[in-house]
Design a binder for this molecule. Structure first.
Ligand code: UT7
Length: 323
């Protein structure tokens, strides 16, 4: 059978860094509170002239280089984002133009912080059916543009960044020893919209809006729901959660990472955590964490990875991948 194999990974964080102390200068918060409640030390912010497609393109170039591919090889681009350059066209189509990829398939996926697991599962529908030979799956966000900088309950939590993976077809035997995407579980519960949303949009008030969140409610849902989806994604792949080499969670809050790991009986030494360095970058956070784990030599080819995320919608999900 054909598997969707990740052959290259790249991450990009914009140059400007905002530390917790920087934020404490204009909002009623402290480095101590933010670190203790979230684990976050700093976040990156895109330059005023950087659109989300620019972040996506940087990450994509790095992923293509890691895979030994060029933009000319790419026939499918899926961008997971909730902060597009424009209402349309899709960021994927803009990135295709900026990268110089040939005519192919390009579209965006909107599942907020769960966007990367949704996009990777969607790419599988093309790659594993032989409809794409070289796919770029990108998570890219400029979350700082959605912040209400007077709301300390949200503005300290988010940052900008992008991460990308190259996905190519690979022959597999149909068991968990195969390289590639082995299993996934995606979920959405639209009745929980009020817990996390943006109060603006094209067809309502015509505004960009600001992110609104009932943080402690989202926190509770995150720990419970993610654990169920992770277990389902492991079952779908025919593995036990305990078989996993690396757990690569959405980077929202260190306490959520720890809570999910503990609920699943996973040792914290198996958890890739980058939230301290870039805060919550929504759909970009899983590929950014994956890129970091590969760059520092912890994550190696052949290892079994479990990725999970939860975000606005509410949406959540998990993917089992052998690198
Ligand atoms: O990726 C999308 C998913 N989003 C998330 O995963 C976020 C999930 N939620 C969280 O990470 C946490 O709920 C937060 C970090 C947002 C908040 O932590 P918490 O421990 O749940 O705090 P809380 O909302 O219950 O607030 C506790 C106190 C409140 O003060 P009072 O009412 O007890 O006096 C808040 O006003 O902390 C206060 N507070 C702050 N204090 C200093 C809230 N934000 C801040 C802040 N600095 N930035």
């Amino acid at each position: 059978m054909i598997r969707s194999v990740i052959t290259g990974v790249g991450g990009y964080l914009p140059d400007e860094i905002l530390t917790n102390a920087d934020l404490a200068r204009f909002v009623d918060t402290s480095d101590e509170w933010i670190q203790e409640r979230t684990g976050i030390r700093q976040r990156h912010r895109a330059a005023p002239d950087q659109a989300v497609s620019d972040l996506a393109v940087e990450a994509a170039r790095r992923a293509l280089e890691a895979a030994g591919r060029t933009p000319a090889d790419v026939d499918l681009i899926i961008v997971a984002t909730t902060t597009p350059d424009l209402t349309f066209p899709a960021v994927a189509a803009i990135a295709q133009r900026k990268l110089g990829c040939p005519v192919g398939i390009a579209f965006d996926v909107q599942a907020v912080c769960s966007g990367f697991v949704y996009a990777l599962s969607t790419a599988d529908g093309f790659v594993a059916r032989g409809r794409a030979k070289c796919a770029l799956v990108i998570g890219a966000e400029t979350m700082t543009r959605l912040m209400d900088w007077s709301d300390r309950g949200t503005c300290v939590l988010f940052g900008d960044g992008a991460g990308a993976v190259v996905v190519e077809p690979g022959a597999g035997r149909g068991d968990a020893s195969d390289r590639g995407l082995l299993g996934w579980a995606l979920r959405a519960d639209g009745t929980k919209q009020d817990l996390l949303y943006v109060d603006g949009g094209v067809s309502t008030n015509g505004q960009i809006g600001h992110l609104r969140m009932q943080g402690n409610q989202v926190f509770k849902h995150a720990v419970i729901n993610i654990s169920e989806a992770v277990t389902a994604a492991a079952l779908d792949a025919g593995i036990e959660v305990s078989d996993v080499d690396w757990f690569i969670p959405h980077q929202a809050n260190q306490r959520i990472l720890n809570g999910v790991a503990s609920r699943l009986g996973l040792d914290e030494s198996k958890v890739i955590s980058t939230v301290a360095e870039h805060a919550n970058t929504s759909a970009a956070s899983i590929p950014l964490a994956l890129a970091q784990g590969i760059a520092d030599g912890r994550i190696r080819p052949g290892q079994l990875l479990l990725m999970e995320a939860m975000g606005g919608g509410l949406t959540w999900g998990a993917c089992t991948v052998r690198l």
